[in-house]
Design a protein around this ligand. Structure first.
Ligand code: NAP
Ligand code: GLV
Length: 316
């Protein structure tokens, strides 16, 4: 079983993936791109981590592209991707748990004013703020998929007032039956008007690109917190900076950016009302993700449908 392993890995990261994948699927031969091209007719699976465009060309027998990333927007945008080959997303409960931790941390920090206190400390200012109860803070989670559900569940456990937004149907996802759920573009403005904190966990698709724009920010109550843990291109950066400067948005926590790494001169770095994270909200953990890969590859070779296939017509 010959498998292409392709992506933008640091050396130590590649070493860890190599070891975890070999342990999880000892029957496979793991090939880099040159090795895969040399034996192209035997490569039926590619395991990829946000691979550079063109990485999947020249493999005529490819039957499955297994992503090590949850988000597959870059893969879908690659015009050289073999069009008929199914793509499986990385879905790993360990990754969902990491995302839920990041979303909860951002919610707690915004609610309890910790970003304000960090600013005050830099100026040696003693500045107690009024304390609000969690139950008085309205949190809107955009996207109720793997990440959104985990975040909503975790934040909900802390007593916040959660609402969720999805494409459809309107019903709450299984296991989150109590969650107030809304669906579709028409529902969004009224939801934003009732959100003290909005957490973006949408996939990047033509429908969601640039969704967080001037109109979106204007619909929020003044001073709301914005948390983007999904993809940078969801946000119109100039509109967010204008909303922060005017006070319409009180603080933004940003983990993802249209161009990564964020360039040193980008205004987000120095903005007093922005917290920058280097795309670490939920990293794939090779220890568990390698097992997810092994299960899917074995399913393919046993004639079963691999899990978590991207619905190409929906774009996620
Ligand atoms: P997912 O399971 O595919 O869930 C997508 C959710 O978004 C679904 O609830 C879907 O609605 C909803 N949705 C899609 N298009 C919509 C639209 N036009 N309007 C309203 N709702 C829409 O995705 P996921 O695995 O949770 O990933 C979420 C995001 O996190 C992605 O952008 C991914 O790239 C990002 N991510 C970031 C990190 C990080 O470290 N920062 C790590 C992993 C993932 P339905 O439920 O109705 O289908
Ligand atoms: C990270 O952003 C991922 O999509 O896994």
């Amino acid at each position: 079983m010959d498998i292409l392993l392709s992506g933008e890995f640091e050396a130590a990261e590649l070493h860890e993936w190599d070891r975890s994948l070999r342990d999880a699927l000892p029957e496979a031969r793991w090939l880099d791109r040159d090795q895969a091209l040399a034996t192209a007719d035997s490569v039926q699976v590619a395991v990829v981590a946000n691979p550079p465009p063109g990485s999947l060309c020249g493999l005529p027998k490819l039957r499955l592209i297994q992503s090590l990333w949850a988000g597959v927007d870059r893969l879908l945008r690659d015009p050289t991707r073999p069009p008929g080959v199914p793509i499986a997303r990385m879905v790993d409960p360990a990754m969902n748990a990491s995302m839920a931790e990041t979303a909860l941390w951002a919610t707690l920090a915004l609610h309890r004013g910790y970003f304000d206190y960090a600013r005050a400390q830099r100026q040696a200012r003693w500045l107690p703020l009024p304390q609000r109860r969690a139950g008085d803070v309205r949190v809107l989670v955009l996207g109720l998929g793997q990440m959104g559900q985990a975040a909503a569940r975790r934040i909900g456990q802390m007593g916040y007032r959660i609402r969720g937004w999805r494409l459809g149907p309107q019903a709450a996802p299984p296991g989150l039956e109590g969650l107030e759920t809304h669906a579709g573009a028409a529902a969004l403005p009224a939801l934003l008007a009732r959100a003290d904190i909005v957490i973006n966990l949408l996939p990047l698709t033509p429908a969601t690109q640039g969704l967080l724009d001037a109109r979106f920010f204007a619909a929020l109550p003044r001073g709301a917190g914005v948390v983007n843990l999904a993809r940078g291109a969801h946000v119109v950066d100039a509109d967010l900076l204008a909303a922060l400067d005017s006070g319409q948005v009180g603080h933004a926590v940003l983990d993802v950016f249209a161009h990564e790494p964020l360039r040193p001169a980008h205004p987000y770095w120095q903005h007093p009302r922005v917290t920058v994270l280097p795309h670490v909200a939920a990293q794939t953990d090779p220890r568990s993700a390698a097992q997810v890969v092994a299960n899917n590859v074995r399913a393919l070779f046993a004639g079963r449908e691999p899990a978590h296939l991207v619905q190409l017509e929906r774009g996620y």
